[in-house]
Design a protein around this ligand. Sequence first.
Ligand code: TYM
Length: 336
Amino acid sequence: MHKKRVFSGVQPTGNLHLGNYLGAIKNFVELQNKFECVYCIVDLHAITNRQDPKELKSNVLETVASFVASGLNSEKNIIFNQASVAAHSELAWIFNCVARIGWMNRMTQFKEKAGANKENASVGLMVYPNLMAADILLYKATHVPVGEDQKQHLELTRDIAKKFNNDFNCDNYFPIVEPLISKEIPRVMSLRDGKKKMSKSEDSDMSRINLKDDKDLIEQKIKKAKTDNDSIPSEVNGLKNRDEAINLISIYASINNIKLEQVFKEFGGKNFSTFKSKLSESIIEKICPIGDEMKKLLKDSKYLHDILKKGSKNAGLIAKINLKEIYEIIGLTKFS
Ligand code: TYM
């Protein structure tokens, strides 16, 4: 049996939004009271697309600030950045040699991100899921809280763990990770198009609620959010083929920690304008204090650096022990 340990990561690519919060960070906070947790700012993943060096540094700090402002305790959890622990890259190389090209070719996120010009995407973008598997398995994590968009990458992590355990005759060495995906809202969708996920890279800022948006902007974005002409239904069947309505109702349920049924009870038969003003209120109540706290924390970069230094040291200690075991299993020797 493996000791229960949570691992998850967020890319420091700016524009942290409600999808990151409801899909991941909110769950990180809940899990800190139940498990030993390791939360990583995955800067090596970020450079699979071109990043401005200055912005990358400040986005790392902004991501730490978002963790702390959302309620993650930096004493209790390991919070660190991936570039501080070289073992991530070392294990990723090993997994490049375990994973099969056919597995990579099936990754839908690569296809989406590379777009039509696949030949021009970085090799790093293609083998990105192997680095993600390395992040998780380096700590022998058993549980990984993520949004649904990461599910396929976690399936690949499970395949890599199984193949490694099998190839090197070390039954059960790597755990087979369990994804933890929010039931209320596995995927927060764009406010402009209920078929697209809410995303940092979407051109229109009106498509997402950023953690640093102020009250007026949130009100404006929710007011303009796309809906349909029908009213709020009284039961789940009334949401069939209504992507935008499902999205807004699910956001309301998730942000208030209530079940969908409760939303139907409260708003069934009412029109969207009544619902939208309540939705804005709920988002403002939850998100604005986080944004305000982030802005405050960002003025104290020493405090944020200290969190990263301490977290990186602690992550590095676990990583060193595990990488040594992994090298031994494979037959690799470090003479220096
Ligand atoms: P990233 O940085 O794109 O997103 C961070 C987390 O936010 C979730 N998320 C969403 N959840 C619901 N609805 C949305 N619209 C939405 N957008 C983003 C993501 O699912 C994620 O949980 N590959 C990962 C980072 C990563 C990682 C890891 C995660 C690297 N190594 C190891 C877990 C374990 C990513 O790009 O997340």
